[in-house]
Design a binder for this molecule. Sequence first.
Ligand SMILES: *Cc1c(COP(=O)(O)O)cnc(C)c1O
Length: 419
Amino acid sequence: MENWAVVVAGPPSNQLLLLNPSRNSAVIKLLPTPPPLLTHRTFLSPLPLKLQKQTPFASCCSCNGNGNALRVASPSSNVTTELADIDWDNLGFGFMSTDYMYIMKCSQGENFSKGELQRFGNIELSPSAGILNYGQGLFEGLKAYRKHDGNILLFRPEENALRLRMGAERMCMPSPTVEQFLEAVKVTVVANERWIPPPGKGSLYIRPLLMGSGAVLGVAPAPEYTFLIYVSPVGNYFKEGLAPINLIVETEMHRATRGGTGGVKTIGNYAAVLKAQSAAKAKGYSDVLYLDSVHKRYLEEVSSCNVFLVKGNVISTPAIKGTILPGITRKSIIDVALSQGFQVEERSVTVDELLDADEVFCTGTAVVVSPVGSITFLGKRVTYGIDGIGRVSQQLYSALTSLQMGLTEDKMDWIVELK
Ligand SMILES: *Cc1c(COP(=O)(O)O)cnc(C)c1O
């Protein structure tokens, strides 16, 4: 007889996530129908359960492979979350390891079918893995917030699933279905629930990876693929509210080119921007603003964020044409701005327009909205506002973060609740 913990179970899901702390393992069991008793109950610090013979879960005899079934000692017991023992007030935006990671593999030409949670740790790869040799890989990024009522909120996770699928097509990789992606994100977040910061202290950053893990030598898609999710608690990007960043326009190096892979979230995107970014930082700037590689005249984006200009009641952002990453924050800010009565234009934006903009801001999952205090182009510095934090940037930041944290009504239907 072994001790297992039911971490999450349906309905509506028919998945049962079982953790076995003594064996450092976890399994996800698919039941023929959603289990009636375990109504999406989450037990944070693994709750020991005894496996017993012939209990109400007779229909899931495959649960442990030996004819045993599960019973919850007290379905009404409400176990509250025990938070991880870390300094929640001083969370940065760095990596911190947590309890579990999710792994799902499949061969080339096949579809992903079954994944599992594993204890977080190093992974083993052939030195000849496609990802290591040829960069065949994609990443995603999203956040989970803990709400005051104990619920856990995800922000538009299906958008990340869809973007991963688009990227996988470009990179010749199989990808999880939207449903598989969502379920994997959910079980990973719930299994690591004690690492989600208390409300207001930050969020759990979720990092899905899709990579060619099989060995290749000739130039070809890898024979095997791994989908992996790990999470890390992160603080609010800007501790004391919004802090303006200072950008420099890069005129030599480019982030993306037409027909390239800059429009998908490939593993290599950030390696390509490190050089210009390091040089900018050495000169005291926060980051680099890229121009298009053909005319060297139109704005594209910052290293890892999309860019917006505000002029009067009009908010403009470069249109997505393959060289700009289609940010989910970008897309959401456009809708929030429209709902607040702004006019929003997705079009070609010239670098000259920076000169007479009222405000400039950047968007991305990590920063949400980041106001730009100054931009330097060919030695000329333009500053925005008095303290660099424009009224519109502030307003959009507040609107979107309140929505993400569950503080305002979700009229857009963007929030996925995990409990
Ligand atoms: C991820 C990313 C963004 C922002 O996308 P979000 O979905 O808003 O986080 C912007 N630009 C680049 C290059 C990115 O990789």
